[in-house]
Design a protein around this ligand. Structure first.
Ligand code: FE2
Length: 349
């Protein structure tokens, strides 16, 4: 296993120092310059936010002892604006009392240093956080490559018409409707985008072929679930998405693939994904037939529920959601075939 110490901190790592006392800022700056950091300085929160946005420093050091700089609030603003990106923030205080430490952690700070500080220890902590940031950035970069690949493949293929992107967004909305956590909703969005990525390992002609397919062709198509799982498996950050990718063609009655899982043995995210996937596939136009209206699709899915295809309670919730917000969702997402005269009517009661 590679030691963290072997992962380089980039040579020109940049640091933003927010402190309104010139002498302190100069001291901290001297510490950084001795180690080849690029330094931005600011004594004003508004200016500091502007530097954060325009110069994108790698880390921020905020002095929380100055009454005219609300360091806790500034820390929170940096964290909010960084979003999913890891942006380390260190707070410096003359007296790191317990209350300030707790408040600092609550505002999202990654470390808390008492002033005066030992320059070597100070630098060691900075470098440690930058190594962590480097790992986060690398991970996000790798994940983004796979997500972008999935989206790009679709854009280039007129026959899928952005199906996976829609399934991702729609699944996330359904997860929200079901009361799932934000984290689970995000997993659903990624799972939707990636669920068919395994198709890149199979012949395109096979997926464009109108039914009926031979048994041999069906067996090949079924493999896209396992290939998709294998493509995403090396990425640790996608590990929670893997079950949804592998099992999005399982059925409630156990007659699906690739593992023939049954009922609640099929992971919840996969059950959600399979409903949205099928809805969008039927709702969208395909090569060999016209897309159906949302009403028609939900009617078909209602019949399939009785045949054991879907988790019955989940499908009821899906139909319920579509009746409440379906027109808005379809307007934003699938969009293709909602006739104007249907728009004020329930999709399916
Ligand atoms: Fe699929």
């Amino acid at each position: 296993m590679i030691s963290n110490n072997l992962i380089p901190v980039k040579y020109t790592a940049s640091v933003l120092i927010v402190d309104d006392l010139q002498s302190d800022t100069e001291l901290i700056e001297a510490v950084f310059k001795s180690d080849d950091f690029r330094v931005f300085k600011s004594a004003h929160p508004v200016e500091a936010i502007d530097i954060f946005e325009t110069s994108q420093p790698d880390i921020a050091i905020i002095d929380i002892t100055r009454p005219d700089i609300n360091g806790f609030q500034l820390c929170q603003i940096f964290k909010d604006r960084a979003g999913r990106r890891f942006f380390p923030v260190i707070l410096i205080a003359a007296h790191s009392d317990r209350g300030s430490r707790i408040k600092g952690l609550e505002s999202g700070a990654d470390d808390f240093i008492s002033s005066p500080f030992d320059p070597r220890e100070f630098l060691a902590r900075i470098r440690s956080l930058l190594r962590l940031k480097h790992l986060h950035d690398e991970l996000e970069h790798s994940e983004n490559i796979i997500l972008t690949l999935a989206a790009t493949l679709e854009v280039r293929d007129p026959h899928t018409q952005g199906h996976s992107t829609r399934v991702g967004e729609f699944s996330k909305e359904f997860g929200d409707y079901l009361g799932l956590s934000l984290q689970e909703q995000e997993l659903l969005r990624k799972a939707g985008l990636l669920h068919d990525i395994g198709k890149i390992g199979l012949s395109k002609d096979l997926f464009l072929k109108p039914p009926p397919l031979t048994d041999e062709e069906m067996e090949i198509i079924k493999k896209h679930t396992i290939i998709g799982e294998q493509i995403c498996k090396p990425l640790h950050s996608l590990r929670e998405v893997l079950p949804a990718i592998r099992h999005h063609h399982e059925r409630w009655d156990g007659n699906g693939f690739p593992d023939g899982l049954k009922g609640e043995d099929v992971p919840l995210l996969a059950r959600i994904l399979s409903i949205v996937d099928s809805f969008d596939a039927m709702f969208s136009e395909r090569l060999y037939r016209e897309g159906r209206t949302a009403f028609e699709v939900l009617e078909v899915m209602g019949e399939e529920k009785h045949l054991g295809q879907w988790d019955p309670r989940l499908l009821e919730h899906f139909i319920e959601m579509m009746n409440l917000t379906g027109h808005d969702l379809l307007g934003l997402g699938a969009g293709a075939d909602v006739r104007p005269d249907e728009q004020k009517e329930p999709l399916l009661l």
